[in-house]
Design a binder for this molecule. Structure first.
Ligand SMILES: [Zn+2]
Ligand SMILES: [Zn+2]
Ligand SMILES: [Zn+2]
Length: 161
């Protein structure tokens, strides 16, 4: 399911001078087979021969290297996901749990604006978008390309300010 493969990640890390050997490489392949996102416990039970400490150390290392990212599920639980090389955000389907990456220049400009207006040196931001994926909408009988009832794209969340 994930567009990011263990092979691609291993090549990327090799270019940066890291070599994933033995259990780490194995864990990466296990994660590749786990679909859109996974919990640390999923990795533990899928690779019982790898110790718990190694699983958590490897997850942390892969996060630091930017090849595994955290996903905040709609109930607030943390999951993990193989990450593409570039900066991105997540679209999560609250019905089937699918996760898709997206990026947006317009969105990134917002954070530059925040930095300019607040004087903060903005170092990072996290944003997840929740909704229902096209497959779930189609299954529920909602036309894919139809406009929202009021003709305006419906966006979740409140609009403060
Ligand atoms: Zn990600
Ligand atoms: Zn869905
Ligand atoms: Zn961003």
């Amino acid at each position: 399911m994930s567009a990011v493969t263990a092979d691609a990640i291993a090549r990327l890390l090799a270019r940066r001078g890291y070599r994933l050997t033995g259990p780490r490489r194995h864990l990466l392949e296990v994660m590749e087979g786990m679909g859109d996102h996974f919990a640390a416990d999923d990795v533990l039970s899928a690779a019982p021969e790898v110790g718990r400490a190694t699983v958590f150390r490897t997850l942390r290392l892969l996060q630091e290297l930017g090849v595994v990212c955290q996903v905040v599920l709609d109930q607030g639980a943390l999951a993990y996901r193989l990450a593409p090389e570039e900066h991105h955000h997540h679209l999560l389907c609250v019905e089937c749990g699918a996760v898709q990456d997206f990026s947006s220049d317009a969105l990134e400009a917002v954070f530059e604006d925040v930095q300019a207006r607040t004087g903060y040196a903005v170092e990072a931001h996290r944003l997840e978008v929740y909704g229902r994926c096209p497959d779930c909408l189609a299954r529920d009988g909602v036309p894919r390309d139809g406009p929202a009832p009021d003709g305006v794209a419906r966006v979740g969340g409140s609009r403060a300010g």
